[in-house]
Design a protein around this ligand. Structure first.
Ligand code: CTP
Ligand code: ZN
Length: 159
């Protein structure tokens, strides 16, 4: 009996592995992929993982990720690894990194924060207080963002 759940290896493209269980669709959203592009995509959700208990995996044929996309993925899937595949082999494996300070990527939810005022274009700056569960604090006004806030901002969807 076949016990392992098997998803085909890809020939060329990117495998995002060790995504927090249930977040694969958020990752696709960050990549701007809906499926209507015609790219071959495999989405595996809630499969057993040694590191995370359960994990998701996203495989996209023919795509390499941009740096800003990798930064965003780190904020919703801090254990993710990005595998670049060429000719069926993993040629590069990068673990995403949550920096100590996040600049210009997220909005402050405080409408009175200096970074929210349209007349003063000040880049947002959040300090990472905790990665899991995610907790960020605005350097300017002290308002905090949690994981749900960040998912909503990066994907436009409710967490
Ligand atoms: N993978 C794939 N197609 C390939 C090569 C790899 O879809 N041609 C996938 C594997 O299924 C796995 C991920 O890419 O989900 C990473 O592959 P690999 O580094 O070979 O696996 P592991 O050593 O188990 O990775 P890790 O140590 O990061 O868990
Ligand atoms: Zn603020």
């Amino acid at each position: 009996m076949e016990k392992e759940l098997r998803v085909s290896k890809i020939a060329e493209g990117t495998v995002i592995d060790h995504i927090d269980a249930g977040r694969a669709l958020n990752v696709l959203k960050i990549l701007g992929l809906s499926g209507s592009e015609g790219l071959t995509i495999a989405v595996v959700m809630n499969v057993p993982s040694k590191k995370l208990g359960k994990k998701d995996i996203v495989k996209v044929e023919g795509v390499e990720l941009r740096e800003d996309q990798v930064s965003k993925i780190a904020l919703i899937a801090p254990s993710a690894t990005i595998n670049i595949v060429k000719n069926y082999e993993v040629v590069e494996k990068v673990k995403v990194n949550v920096p100590h300070v996040i600049e210009g990527l997220l909005k402050c939810v405080n409408p009175n924060c200096i970074t929210s005022l349209p007349r003063e274009p000040v880049k947002t700056k959040f300090k990472v207080l905790r990665v899991r569960p995610l907790n960020l604090i605005c350097e300017y006004c002290g308002v905090e963002l949690n994981q749900e806030d960040v998912i909503t901002q990066l994907t436009g969807a409710k967490a």
